[in-house]
Design a protein around this ligand. Sequence first.
Ligand code: ADP
Length: 250
Amino acid sequence: MSWAVVPGADESAPNPGGAGPILDLADVRKVYATGAAQVEALRGVSLTVDPGEYVAVMGPSGSGKSTLMHILGCLDIPSEGSYRLAGEDVGAMTEAQLADVRNRRIGFVFQQFNLLPSLSAWRNVELPLCYAGVPRQERRARAIQALERVGLADRVDHRPGELSGGQQQRVAVARALVTDPALLLADEPTGNLDSHSTADVLGLFAELHVQGRTIVLITHEHDVAARAGRVVHILDGQVAEDEPAAAVSR
Ligand code: ADP
């Protein structure tokens, strides 16, 4: 899996080409200040993920999973500690570079699908390409190709309301994949799905993993985590356990 260097990034960085970990968090802390109160959501998290790994992040509500995901997805920055993405120091990136990383290098999948209800499936999927300035004809072709990859070739003109929950999440996965990102971040992607659709979406993730995609998925369900290769347990803002998925007690 190649990882293009972020425009303007330091090409003399130790790992500009993508060898070594794709994600490297070192002693990351995140403090939220709300009025006079401070919440330390992450309290010294160190974590490395190699290219092609499929990692589940588990932990009780309030343990810091979403905060961790926001930092991994460059939606937020650590208060302390460092985060290197494919060898590049995220803390040293400009806002424009961060936006570029979010748009082109990372695909996001959320529990609520986050699709625009008035747009057809392919129009939803082309959105990241619009932001990236890709020409219209190419956008449509790539959006339809992404929908074919998730098994929705016959639903490209359907709106979200005309699709099942599992199909909507497949559209969201197609949207996450349309820019061909090296990293897929998913926050409770099966949280709103019935068991049939959950199996459907997890099957899709397994295929993407086999194809070499790096996947980090937040879940509170053991069955979902068991499909990953590795499970990282977060407790009170710290990594409590980091183990192969097969070792997870059910
Ligand atoms: P999880 O995803 O595991 O439920 P979160 O990362 O959402 O956990 O939250 C971790 C802690 O940080 C919680 O105590 C939460 O209340 C707090 N927190 C999360 N986001 C914010 C925020 N934007 N402002 C203040 N506190 C926050």
